[in-house]
Design a protein around this ligand. Structure first.
Ligand code: IMP
Ligand code: MG
Length: 176
C-alpha cells in the first residue's frame, strides 16, 4: 500500500496528547509515591519515544531510563514474530518497573517482554501505553492508558508505516 501525507488525518493533536500525558503522569506519581521514590522505566523503541519523553517529564519521582528495541510490524499488520534489536543490561531485581509502550494491538509485544522482564525478578511491573486498541482481546492488563481506540491504523507521534511518518506532530489515522 502506498500512503501519502494527505491520507493521514489528525486523531489527537500535540496539545491533546500533552494534556493526556500530564494527567497520566499525575496518576502514575500518585500510584507510586507511597510505594517507592524511584521508578525504573523501560521505553519500547522506536514507537514509544515521544510518548515516553513526554510522560516522564510529568512524573514527580525519580525515573531511571532503559530502552529496548523490538519490532513485530510490517506495513499495517503485525507479523506475529518479535525481533529484539537491542536489549537492556540493567539490574532490575526488586525494582519497580514501568514499561512504556506506544500502542497495544495484538498484545504480542508486551506478552513477550513481560515474560523476559519477569526473569529479572523486579518487585512490580506496570504498563503505560499511549493507546490501546480495544477491538479484540489482547490479553494485556495495561495500568495507565492515554487513549482507548477501536481497530484503527495509527501513524505519527512515533508510530510508523515502514519507518515513515514517525515525526508527524500529532497522532493520526489512515483515512483511505
Ligand atoms: P502488538 O504486539 O500487536 O500489541 O503491537 C505492538 C506494536 O506494533 C507496537 O509497538 C507498535 O509499534 C506496532 N503497532 C501496533 N499498532 C500500530 C498502528 O496502528 N500503527 C503503527 N504501529 C502499530
Ligand atoms: Mg513498535
Amino acid at each position: 500500500m502506498k500512503i501519502e501525507r494527505e491520507d493521514i488525518k489528525v486523531l489527537y493533536s500535540l496539545d491533546e496528547i500533552r494534556e493526556a500525558a500530564r494527567k497520566l503522569g499525575k496518576e502514575i506519581t500518585n500510584f507510586y509515591k507511597d510505594k517507592t521514590d524511584i521508578i525504573h522505566t523501560v521505553c519500547i523503541l522506536k514507537g514509544a519515544i515521544h510518548f515516553f519523553t513526554e510522560l516522564v517529564l510529568n512524573i514527580d519521582l525519580d525515573v531511571v531510563y532503559s530502552f529496548v528495541h523490538v519490532t513485530s510490524y510490517s506495513g499495517t499488520d503485525s507479523t506475529g514474530r518479535i525481533r529484539v534489536k537491542s536489549w537492556l543490561d540493567e539490574d532490575l531485581e526488586d525494582k519497580y518497573l514501568l514499561i512504556v509502550e506506544d500502542v497495544i494491538d495484538t498484545g504480542l509485544t508486551l506478552r513477550y517482554l513481560m515474560k523476559y522482564l519477569k526473569k529479572y525478578r523486579p518487585r512490580d511491573i506496570r504498563i503505560a501505553a499511549l493507546a490501546e486498541k480495544t477491538a479484540h482481546d489482547h490479553g494485556i492488563d495495561a495500568d495507565f492508558v492515554a487513549f482507548e481506540l477501536q481497530d484503527q491504523f495509527l501513524l505519527g507521534y512515533g508510530l510508523d508505516y515502514d519507518e515513515r511518518f514517525r515525526n508527524l506532530p500529532f497522532l493520526g489515522y489512515l483515512d483511505k
